[in-house]
Design a protein around this ligand. Sequence first.
Ligand code: SF4
Ligand code: MG
Length: 342
Amino acid sequence: ADPVLDIRGLSVDYGFDANPTHVLRDVSLSLGRGEVLGLAGESGCGKSTLAYAATRLLPPPGLITGGEVWFTGRDGRREDVLAMTDARLRQSRWQDTAIVFQGAMNSLNPVFRVGRQIVDGIFAHRPKWSKAQATERAAELFEMVGIAPDRLRSYPHQLSGGMRQRVMIAMALALEPQVLIMDEPTTALDVVMQRQIVEQIAELRDRLGFSVIFITHDVSLLIEIADRIAIMYAGEIVEQGPAQELYRRPRHPYTKGLLSSFPPLRGPKTELAGIPGAPPDLSNPPAGCRFAARCPHALGRCQAVEPELGPTAVPGDATARRVACHLHDGAQPVPLELALTR
Ligand code: SF4
Ligand code: MG
């Protein structure tokens, strides 16, 4: 079946001057119907930019310099989101693809009851609905995300952070979108609340069958929810594959470093390893691998030759894993520590 969302070769620059920052470079990513895709990487790696660009919500000075974003509707019709007219885009947004922005739970209007804010959101897309109809839908949405419908009468400050985030999820689901993009939906919450929200999203996905792109800097959260994980570094996807496989046996040195920076939510906490160094200057990215300056395994050719995201050449690997790293191009044996189970 066609993926519901198929991002191809998406590139974004920031800045209109002679020396723009190349924040996203040739990113390709597809999202299957009903799939939860986790997108992880350090802050500033381009995760949010990818979400904004793919939904055409990129604020200036961001500029899409190349690529296509194919959306396939329930009826099988394929459309390039980047080629949609503004009118078509307004229609499609929230209805085909909905997005919960980073920090959205703090953007609720403090002077209106949350129920009214949901109802207003519904009216913006369903102007012909009666007030009773919209209110009923709002109550249904609240129940769906596990909030008692009488909370519709609450003001935002009367709700906990976790509840406000659920309100945002309810709003995003109001028009039954096929794709839900969530940018750091649990980042501001405590660990218990994070777990609850992640479980809620997983349950809703099972029940309603939408697809999710779950963006986070905390890759350990993804193991709870994602079917597949893509890892970004310095504006590029460096590794992607089935969640459990990628988590247990990271292949890219950056993935490995990222995983050891975030201990799993379950089980004993290990010491944070971190990854020394900083990402490269993206207005003048290095010629070879963008991770070379921080990579403990860098080879001679890493500085000069850019690794391509491709299937791994590891013998016996049938996991559909793709890695952009010279260690895995088959030219030499994979270092034992990268091949070993974590
Ligand atoms: Fe490290 Fe080279 Fe792989 Fe880049 S290509 S991650 S520098 S080993
Ligand atoms: Mg971000």
